[in-house]
Design a protein around this ligand. Structure first.
Ligand SMILES: NC(=O)c1ccc[n+]([C@@H]2O[C@H](COP(=O)([O-])OP(=O)(O)OC[C@H]3O[C@@H](n4cnc5c(N)ncnc54)[C@H](OP(=O)(O)O)[C@@H]3O)[C@@H](O)[C@H]2O)c1
Length: 295
């Protein structure tokens, strides 16, 4: 039995479909079962509730061989430590209590870099990995740069104003990854019973791109000019808090982007294993263009 947390997340949805396609028995932990597609619901066990809740995650882990772990990083949380560490603590106890044989989690690039301890959300996510590994359960953190998917939040601005805005320096080339490739990596690790201990598996996408490169590719795919506008940390923080993000979580987001501008995502060596297949152009054609045109 494989337990999937956050099955309605961008990665979780793709992971569930991939594992069902390979005949794996699944137990999904979901706050609202109505958010699962009917054809998924009829093929899985469902545990209703938040995977941050001790009773819920304990019930979910009974008899489980493997667990997919995704901390939602709740924007309204009182701190990044609450969003990642406190959220994960009950699960660590459940992994140990029920003898789970392997856990695959979603996390971030940056371990071992000089800015890793002041990288906001990433610092908390890396501490979450240490917490899970410290429980003694065999653990792989799938460590990622920014997801291509994040641009979907800007589909309206791309369509209406022809602009992408981020805090990233316009000419800083960084890896970026498609959620479909993260899900494929997680599926492979969940199904593989040969690994032990704790470690990271990086998903870097096939190329490093700057925001200016990305705006050019988006323009080519959409057939209309899209520019890049860099936003300051203060403006980003204000915007996030306007959407209900707590002050500490907004500051942690700003600190993360500041660390990325100093090279947080550029230290991981690109290898055959860490190079995932989906190009940014392919993702724009498959996902961004329909979202921009459909809105
Ligand atoms: N975005 C990036 O660039 C990036 C890069 C590296 C690592 N990461 C990590 O990737 C993870 C996913 O981030 P994302 O923003 O892409 O996620 P997402 O797709 O927006 O999914 C968030 C999920 O969390 C669930 N959720 C929200 N609050 C919850 C709660 N209190 N209890 C239980 N479930 C809850 C939501 O489910 P329902 O609302 O349906 O209940 C949803 O399935 C995070 O851990 C983040 O740190 C992200």
């Amino acid at each position: 039995m494989i337990v999937i947390t956050a099955p309605t997340s961008a990665i979780g949805r793709l992971l569930v479909n991939g594992l069902l396609g390979r005949g794996a028995p699944l137990r999904l932990v979901v706050r609202d079962a109505e958010r699962l597609a009917p054809e998924v619901r009829e093929r899985v066990e469902v545990v209703v509730g938040s995977h941050g809740d001790a009773e819920v995650i304990d019930r979910a882990c009974r008899g489980a061989e493997a667990v997919f772990w995704l901390a939602p990083g709740d924007p309204a949380a009182p701190s990044p430590e609450a969003a990642y560490l406190d959220f994960t603590r009950p699960a660590c106890a459940a992994f140990v209590r029920h003898g789970v044989r392997r856990v695959v989690g979603i996390s971030a690039l940056g371990r071992g870099t000089p800015m890793a301890d002041r990288a906001g959300l990433v610092t908390a996510s890396l501490a979450m990995d240490d917490l899970i590994a410290g429980s003694g359960v065999p653990y792989r953190a799938v460590v990622c740069p920014s997801f291509m998917h994040n641009l979907l939040h800007q589909a309206g601005a791309i369509r209406e104003q022809g602009v992408i805005s981020l805090m990233t320096d316009p000419d800083l080339r960084c890896p970026t990854v498609a959620t479909r490739d993260i899900a494929a990596t997680a599926a492979r690790l969940l199904l593989d019973d040969s690994w032990q201990g704790a470690g990271e598996v990086a998903c870097l996408g096939p190329e490093d791109l700057s925001p200016d490169d990305m705006a050019r590719i988006v323009s080519e795919v959409l057939g209309s000019r899209v520019g890049y506008r860099q936003v300051r940390g203060t403006a980003l923080k204000e915007r996030l808090m306007g959407f209900g993000t707590s002050e500490p979580m907004a500051q942690a987001m700003v600190d993360m982007f500041a660390a990325k501008n100093l090279g947080l995502d550029n230290a991981e060596p690109r290898t055959a294993e860490s190079t995932t297949p989906t190009t940014f152009r392919q993702w724009c054609e498959d996902v961004l263009r329909p979202a921009v045109r459909g809105g």
